[in-house]
Write a protein that binds this ligand. Structure first.
Ligand SMILES: [Ca+2]
Length: 192
């Protein structure tokens, strides 16, 4: 491991009192080993609605790589298992980590304090209706590529998901509310 991880899989207490949001059930990499400069693999989020309420929110995803010279997060796709209207492309927001700011910080999870990762953000283009769907898991895939100049060895990939409560203009920004509902970290081996 090239860099120390701040923490691993966390169950966030926020999920206990929020409604209408999708919580993280799993985060993994489809292929443990990828070749530098080639097609790459997918990071997969498995999420499900937290309860039976009908509060609609956009679902967002952050993917952090430990060194942007080695790994790149590419496109994101919602509902690859053909539920909740998917599959369709997630909208990319390069600055989402910065936009969320300290909204996700709590005693148990300090998103803004995570260092050593380069982040890319994704969100559903519309708020998702999850009424009475708490038994249905959604799979979301984000492409992970090793660059042509990637260094050989293990590299870290950080995943965070949560809800974005937009003020109605369809733009994630300071003033909107963001709630993190799960995070996990995995590694992928790059062969040069
Ligand atoms: Ca907004």
């Amino acid at each position: 491991m090239r860099k120390k991880a701040p923490f691993g899989l966390l169950a966030l207490p926020l999920a206990l009192f929020l409604s209408g949001c999708f919580v993280l059930q799993g985060f993994w990499i489809k292929s443990n080993t990828i070749a530098a400069g080639e097609k790459g693999t997918k990071a997969v989020f498995q999420i499900r609605p937290a309860d039976l309420d009908n509060d609609r929110a956009h679902q967002f995803f952050l993917v952090g790589v430990d060194d942007s010279a080695d790994l790149r997060a590419t496109k994101g796709r919602w509902g690859v298992n053909q539920v909740f209207g998917g599959p369709y492309a997630l909208t990319v927001y390069g600055d989402l980590f910065t936009t969320i700011g300290t909204d996700c910080d709590s005693a148990n999870f300090d998103l803004s304090g995570i260092t050593g990762f380069t982040w890319k953000g994704y969100a559903t283009p519309n708020a998702v209706n999850d009424r009475n769907k708490s038994k249905t898991d959604v799979l979301v895939e984000v492409g992970i590529k090793a660059t042509n100049s990637a260094t050989d060895g293990d590299h870290e990939v950080f995943g965070v998901t949560g809800a974005w409560f937009d003020d109605g203009d369809g733009i994630p920004e300071a003033g909107d509310t963001f709630e993190c509902l799960g995070s996990s970290q995995v590694s992928v081996n790059v062969k040069v």
